[in-house]
Structure formats: structure tokens, C-alpha cells
Write a protein that binds this ligand. Structure first.
Ligand SMILES: NC(=O)C1=CN([C@@H]2O[C@H](COP(=O)(O)OP(=O)(O)OC[C@H]3O[C@@H](n4cnc5c(N)ncnc54)[C@H](OP(=O)(O)O)[C@@H]3O)[C@@H](O)[C@H]2O)C=CC1
Ligand SMILES: CC(=O)N[C@@H](CCC(=O)OP(=O)(O)O)C(=O)O
Length: 342
């Protein structure tokens, strides 16, 4: 199969390009860049790939659909809301790493992303692609989940799906490394501000809140919102989503552990570590989500810690999982990755 990638100059696009190069079913990768008017070598378009003279082509949707079987968009928010139409009109497969097509409601997108939304009829044609719970098979347009949303939803799923917690008690304290913010420098991600520091940001305004709630509602329609906070960590990669909720009457640690194992033991990328709490470092370099928990019998609360590499399970790795589902490849194809360890 031949795959197109738009956004190789960004962090998620770089990592995705590396994964696609190692994917056994991807025979050819075509790269496209919105700033080019004629093709240019990758080494000049994205200098991180110093030794690659492979051409990067100007962005052209007709050419993309003619020369490829699928297109990945690893582009900034506000891009695919404008570019998705021809692909949907032609039923051409898209895997979109941005948040533009994840929400069903155009008003919600405008409220949380502060940008014009795609036409709502297009947004509704996109399938949310949390790979463990929605199959991309048979879909045209897959909206790859956000990084925080992935860690949080995987951490919450067994509790919510099996009605083990009071859903109005959910509190999420989520933390991310700076690569989650993309390659553009900002005051908060500037080395001097990020290093030796912790910064809470977007309090109660994070754009992943409606995404998480939209998915939770599919599992339990009584959920109306969650308390969700984000903190910037002085590390490059990784997310830890620490989730707290009050247990329903009669639910104990054994019940909860069984729920997590029943949900995830067949899943290649989600590992339940029981009461052995996971660290961010153990998943960096992999497509894994590791989940551990602690029950407090005095307060009746459970704390769940869910960790991912934001660049992999939170972006490029999950995009490859969605590719594998879309084209019926082995679920782990192209994702046999080892943690960096140190
Ligand atoms: N970083 C992460 O951990 C995660 C990111 N995401 C999402 O993935 C997407 C990419 O993220 P990330 O790589 O971090 O972001 P970056 O800012 O690092 O890269 C953005 C990419 O989009 C390209 N781009 C910008 N404007 C346009 C346009 N008008 N047309 C086509 N391409 C354009 C940029 O090209 P140029 O070089 O010209 O600027 C660049 O290649 C974002 O939507 C992000 O929210 C999702 C999950 C996790
Ligand atoms: C550390 C950091 O700034 N992270 C980003 C994650 C961005 C992202 O992946 O969000 P969308 O794909 O929904 O745009 C943030 O919190 O906004």
C-alpha cells in the first residue's frame, strides 16, 4: 500500500514518518507540504532527516488521492477543518491526528478550539478512533484521539463501562511533557520556564474535555462533565493521567482489578499493572498505555494512573493502529517498539 503524509515537518508527523518507514505493509510513502510550490528534498524541508533526498511534493488533494491508498494529516488545529471535504466526497481514507474532526458538534469545536469548525455534516462523518474501543475498519475518515484524551479514556473505561464509580465524582489530574505542545515555541514551553518547574495551564478550558465527555457519554449517557486539569512537566515526552473517583457501594479492589483485566487482557498495547503504579519512563518509545491503581478503603476512592508516550500512543502510534484496522493488517504491524528505558 502507498501512504501519503501531510505534516512531516511537525513533531507528530516526524514520528509517524519513522513508523511508516518500518511498517511491513507500507510499500511507499509520499510526503506533501503546504508551503511548497514545487517538490523539494526532504533534507531541506525537514532538516531533521538530513540524509534523505526523497522528494516532498506541494499539497494537492487530487494528486494525493491518485497516488495513494490513504492520507495521514499530522497538521495543526484548524487545517483539516478546511481540507477534509474532497476526501469525504470521494470516500478516500483519511487518518487525521488533529482535533478538527473529533467532536460531533461544530459549536463545541468553536467553543473549545477558538477556531471556525468544519461543516457539521462533515464532522459527523468522521469516526472517533480510540483504537481499543472503536474499529476503524470500513470507515473513511478516522479522527485520531487527542493525547490526554487517550490516556484518560483508557484509564476510565472499565470503571465507567461497568458502572463501578459515581460518575459525578470523576477528577482528572493530567500531566504532559513539552512535545505535546508541538514545535512552535511559546512562553510556557520555553526552556527557562519549563525546566525545573510545573505549570498548570488551560484550567477548566482544555480542548480535550469535550472530547473525553463525548466518548464517556457513549459508555454511560448519564455523564454530563468531568473535572479535568492539565500540567506541563519539565520532560520532553510522556503523559500521566491521574484519575480519582468515588467507588459505588460494594465495589472493592478485587472487583476493579477484574474489570481492568477483563477489558484489556486481550489488547496488545494496554497493560494493567495492578497496584504496581506505572511511571512515564516505562512507556516512552512504545505504543503502550500502562495502567495501575490504588484503592483507598478509608475514603472509598480509587486512584488510577494511566501513562502513555504522547508522540506514540497519544498520536503517531495510535494512527498506525488505526491504519492497521482500516486495512485489516495485523493489529501490531509496524508497532513492535521497545521502551527507551533511560
Ligand atoms: N504533539 C503531540 O503530542 C500530539 C499532537 N496531536 C495533534 O497532531 C497535530 C500535529 O501536532 P504536532 O506535530 O505536535 O504539531 P507541530 O506544530 O509540531 O506541527 C504541525 C504541522 O502542521 C503543519 N501545518 C501547519 N499549518 C498547515 C497548513 N495550513 N496546511 C498543511 N500543514 C500545515 C506544519 O507545517 P509547517 O512546518 O509549515 O509549520 C507542521 O508540519 C496537531 O493537530 C496536534 O494537536 C495529537 C496528539 C498528540
Ligand atoms: C503540552 C501541551 O500543550 N499539550 C497540548 C496537547 C495538544 C493536542 O494534542 O491537542 P489537539 O490534538 O486536541 O489539538 C495541549 O494541552 O493543548
Amino acid at each position: 500500500m502507498q501512504a501519503a503524509l501531510v505534516g512531516v515537518t511537525g513533531y507528530a508527523g516526524m514520528i509517524l514518518y519513522q513508523l511508516l518507514k518500518g511498517h511491513p505493509n507500507v510499500k511507499k510513502i509520499h510526503l506533501y507540504d503546504h508551503k511548497l510550490t514545487e517538490s523539494a528534498p526532504l533534507s531541506t524541508v525537514a532538516p531533521v532527516f538530513k540524509s534523505e533526498s526523497k522528494p516532498v511534493f506541494p499539497y494537492d488533494p487530487q494528486q494525493i488521492m491518485t497516488d495513494n491508498d490513504v492520507v495521514f494529516f499530522a497538521t495543526s488545529a484548524g487545517v483539516t477543518s478546511k481540507l477534509s471535504q474532497p476526501y469525504l466526497a470521494n470516500g478516500f481514507p483519511v487518518i487525521d491526528l488533529s482535533g478538527d474532526m473529533r467532536l460531533n458538534d461544530a459549536g463545541d469545536y468553536q467553543k473549545w478550539y477558538h477556531k471556525p469548525a468544519a461543516p457539521e455534516n462533515l464532522m459527523r462523518q468522521a469516526q472517533y478512533g480510540l483504537a481499543e474501543f472503536e474499529s476503524a475498519r470500513g470507515q473513511t475518515y478516522v479522527a485520531n484521539p487527542g493525547c490526554y484524551a487517550t490516556a484518560t479514556l483508557l484509564g476510565l473505561a472499565p470503571l465507567v463501562q461497568q458502572h463501578l464509580i459515581a460518575v459525578d465524582s470523576i477528577v482528572v489530574d493530567a500531566k504532559s511533557g513539552t512535545s505535546g505542545a508541538g514545535k512552535k515555541l511559546s512562553t510556557t514551553t520555553h526552556f527557562t520556564e519549563a525546566n525545573d518547574n510545573l505549570q498548570i495551564y488551560k484550567p477548566n478550558q482544555h480542548q480535550h474535555i469535550p472530547e473525553i465527555v463525548q466518548e464517556l457519554k457513549n459508555w454511560d449517557p448519564t455523564i454530563s462533565t468531568i473535572q479535568f486539569m492539565t500540567t506541563l512537566l519539565p520532560i520532553t515526552r510522556g503523559i500521566m493521567s491521574t484519575i480519582y473517583a468515588r467507588l459505588n457501594h460494594g465495589v472493592d479492589q478485587a472487583t476493579i482489578l477484574k474489570a481492568y483485566h477483563d477489558t484489556y487482557d486481550d489488547q496488545p498495547f494496554v497493560h494493567v499493572t495492578d497496584t504496581d503504579l506505572p511511571t512515564i519512563k516505562q512507556v516512552i518509545g512504545t505504543n503502550n498505555c500502562d495502567i495501575g491503581l490504588a484503592v483507598n478503603s478509608q475514603t472509598g476512592f480509587v486512584m488510577v494512573a494511566s501513562v502513555i508516550d504522547n508522540m506514540l500512543k497519544g498520536a503517531a502510534g495510535q494512527a498506525v493502529q488505526n491504519l492497521n484496522q482500516l486495512f485489516n493488517y495485523e493489529p501490531t504491524a509496524g508497532l513492535d517498539l521497545q521502551p527507551t528505558l533511560i
